[in-house]
Ligand binder design. Structure first.
Ligand code: ATP
Ligand code: MG
Length: 256
């Protein structure tokens, strides 16, 4: 079953990119073909997969603005079965470039038509902007990383409202895959409180797998590789491996 998943939370620094890259790497290790779409002008997913974003000829920006075939921008990463639709700083002006087009929300969806990956994971920017709307319009599922900290739930109702808007306008089949807790510190009562609070709001949409705070996860991007290559025995690696298994079985089981 092929799935397009938007990894989204408009709050910055909650673990969207870390989740996209490492979930992608472990889904690929399980035998799935994976395309990571870097939909954030910061280009963190691009550099985190070892690609120099200052040296790219063709990027997501060209796909969205000029409508060129996405296959001419996609590159193989050093991780087997993980490909990347990269981005560079030009994506920052893309929203303005496409704002007057009547199909401005549909650009990414159109670009992904006919894609043949088992999973397409879209790393969204920390905003509910037109790029994010493109991601939601193109996706089957939404995965929300939530950081285990006091203000975790703030902004989530707005996010869910935007999801509903997209369901009403362009994508009635869009579904919430789940919420994943990130940067969890089991030594603090706060992490547990936040987990319980999120559980109250999201019920079984709160994924069982919890991503701990783990320095190895923060180090891996500077080596241009996912945690599966950088330190596969770390706590963070084991957590993302479990997350990949849990998500794959939820998707396969149809009980998303
Ligand atoms: P942005 O909103 O800017 O795109 P983001 O939501 O994509 O941010 P990340 O870039 O994945 O968040 O993570 C923010 C920072 O926290 C990064 O420096 C990352 O390496 C670090 N980080 C992410 N997850 C963990 C973790 N589980 N343990 C320790 N550090 C982490
Ligand atoms: Mg990011």
């Amino acid at each position: 079953m092929k799935q397009i998943v938007a990894v989204l939370n408009q709050k910055g620094g909650v673990g969207k990119t870390t989740t996209t890259l490492n979930l992608g790497a472990y889904l690929a290790k399980m035998g799935n073909t994976v395309l990571v779409v870097d939909a954030d002008p910061q280009g963190n997913a691009t550099s985190g997969l070892g690609v120099d974003k200052t040296r790219l000829d063709v990027t997501l920006c060209d796909v969205l603005v000029s409508g060129i075939d996405m296959n001419s921008a996609v590159i193989q990463t050093s991780t087997k079965n993980v490909k990347l639709l990269p981005t560079d700083a030009r994506l920052a002006s893309t929203e303005l470039d496409i704002a007057d087009n009547t199909d401005r929300e549909l650009k990414l969806k159109k670009a992904l038509v006919g894609q043949d990956y088992d999973y397409v994971l879209i790393d969204c920017p920390p905003s509910l902007s037109l790029l994010t709307i493109n991601a939601l319009t193109a996706s089957d599922l939404v995965l929300i990383p939530v950081q285990s900290e006091y203000y975790a739930l703030e902004g989530l109702s707005q996010l869910l409202q935007v999801m509903q808007q997209v369901q009403r306008s362009h994508n009635p089949d869009l579904e919430l895959l789940g919420v994943v807790m990130t940067m969890y510190d089991k030594r603090t009562a706060l992490s547990q409180q936040v987990y319980d609070e999120v559980g109250k709001h999201f019920g079984d949409k709160l994924l069982n797998t919890i991503i701990p705070r783990n320095i190895r996860l923060a180090e891996a991007p500077s080596h241009g590789t996912p945690i599966s290559e950088y330190d596969k025995w770390s706590k963070g690696a084991r957590a993302y491996k479990n997350l990949a298994k849990e998500i794959h079985s939820r998707v396969q089981g149809g009980h998303k």
